[in-house]
Each structure stands twice: as structure tokens, then as C-alpha cells.
Design a protein around this ligand. Sequence first.
Ligand SMILES: [Fe+2]
Length: 198
Amino acid sequence: MGLVSIFPRPSRPPKAVGIVNFPSRNIIQEMRIAECFKEQIMIIRRLSFLVLVLITFVQSPVVLQAQSSCPPTAPDAEGPFYKPSVPLRDRTGSGLVISGKVLAADSCLPIPGSRVEWWQANPQGSYDDAHRGALITDSAGEYRLETDVPPPYYGRPPHVHFKIMAPGYSTLTTQIYPGKGEVKMTFDFVLMTVTGRR
Ligand SMILES: [Fe+2]
């Protein structure tokens, strides 16, 4: 007969039925920690929601449009009649006023000191030196010139050639097409940086 049988292990007291068991101090502490954890989770969820709202707003079409509202001006053919080193002036005739700004595509900011050159056919339909000019944009990046209304030229619609130059930006060669009877045009030239970055 072994010792176990001589000194039997006392059996556990039966669980009391109908008596409320109060949680121990450790359990209360654990419950408090759990409550704090829940609150922290709620705060994190709220912050996550705010971040999500902000991201959604930043990527909204309105904001994206504002960010990409300065696409570079499409280039157009230079043609055979371009001449460099034309005189600085703001008038090569009368009847058509063209004005606007020179802007940077990457920032949408104006580019003061840009060189705006233009050339076009005279009212008789020939290219001549009287209808070539250049000007420099002012501190707001703005330009304004007046010229003769270009006629249709060898089956092409009336047009004025432009070449825009600014340090740090790719030179833009393009054309503007005034509509029939149009005497005033506003046109912004948007340049890309030399790296091609918008
Ligand atoms: Fe032309």
C-alpha cells in the first residue's frame, strides 16, 4: 500500500451554486487594460478614416484637374518661313490682337522674360519681314501683340506661327488659328522643362 492511498489528496471543494464570484484584482486590471486597448483601437480607426477621407479628397477629380491644369501646348509645324533674330516689337499690323501668358507646365506658374516670336503671311498672302516680330513677357509672364488678320494661305486656314523660348524650358514651335471674324484671341503658351518633366 503506497503513501497515496494512506494520505489521499483532498478533493476540491464543490463550486458554490447561486453565489456570485467577484473577479480577482488581476482580472479587474486586465479588464481595464482591455478597455484602454478598445479606446485606442477606436482612436486609430477614427484617424484611419480621416486619413482615408483626406486621401480621397487629394485624389478627387477637382484636385487632379488643378494639378494637371497646365498641359503643355501642342507643337505645330514650323514651316519654311521662320527667320531668327527678328526685331523686338509688339505690332506687325492691325486688326487682330493676341494676348496671354507663357506658363510652366510643371508648376503652372508664369515665366517672365520669355521670348515670344511670331511670323505670318501678310494680307496679300505672302510671308514678309514686316510680319515678323518678337517680344519679351513681362513680370507676370504676359504678352500682347497686334498684327494683321492672316489670310488663308495655299489652302491652309489662316494662321500665325509662334516660337516661344525661355531659359530652362524646351522651345515651343506652334501655330494659332484665328476663326473667321475673330479680332481678339487669348492664348497661353505652356512650356515643358528641358528635361521633359511636366
Ligand atoms: Fe504658315
